[in-house]
Design a protein around this ligand. Structure first.
Ligand SMILES: [Zn+2]
Length: 158
């Protein structure tokens, strides 16, 4: 954690999400390290035409701060989001994310820019609803210098 101010200004029990489409990999790494978090990839298939966002590239980038949780993938994902989310396994997704949130902050990651039309929002609700976590959606930083103010500007507390 680079800035202790962040801890004092934000609730402790936040479940974060981000959609990587508008992010640079290094900025994702920076924010995950800043939060001392684990990035949980909730794509049903952790692949991408952008080689920076394949499972192997993210594992190389984030090492033990990366997990792919296939149970949290959306069976109805067809390249664009449909209206109905069907998780591979609600129970296994919940248990997987919950186990990680007990160890520290978690950032749920999908591709979609807009969390409102992304199944990661459904995953966030599934976990936060039962465990009393506050959901916050992260946005790409305007500047690549972590600070409490920049952090809050790219945070949207749901
Ligand atoms: Zn998505």
């Amino acid at each position: 954690m680079n800035s202790p101010e962040i801890v004092t200004e934000l609730p402790a029990n936040i479940l974060y999400t981000l959609g990587y489409r508008d992010w640079r990999p290094q900025d994702i790494k920076d924010v995950v390290e800043e939060l001392d978090a684990v990035l949980v990839d909730v794509r049903i298939l952790p692949s991408s035409r952008n080689k920076a966002f394949t499972k192997s590239a993210l594992e190389s980038l984030l090492v033990d701060r990366y997990r792919h949780l296939r149970p949290c993938g959306n069976e109805n994902f067809k390249g664009t989001m449909g209206p109905d989310t069907v998780l591979v396994s609600d129970a296994a997704c919940y248990e997987g994310v919950r186990a990680l949130t007990r160890l520290g902050p978690v950032v749920l990651m999908c591709m979609c820019s807009d969390h409102a039309s992304c199944h990661r929002n459904d995953v966030a609700k599934l976990v936060s609803g039962r465990d009393g976590l506050v959901v916050a959606h992260l946005y790409p930083p305007a500047v690549n210098i972590p600070s409490a103010r920049a952090f809050q500007q790219r945070l949207d507390l749901a």
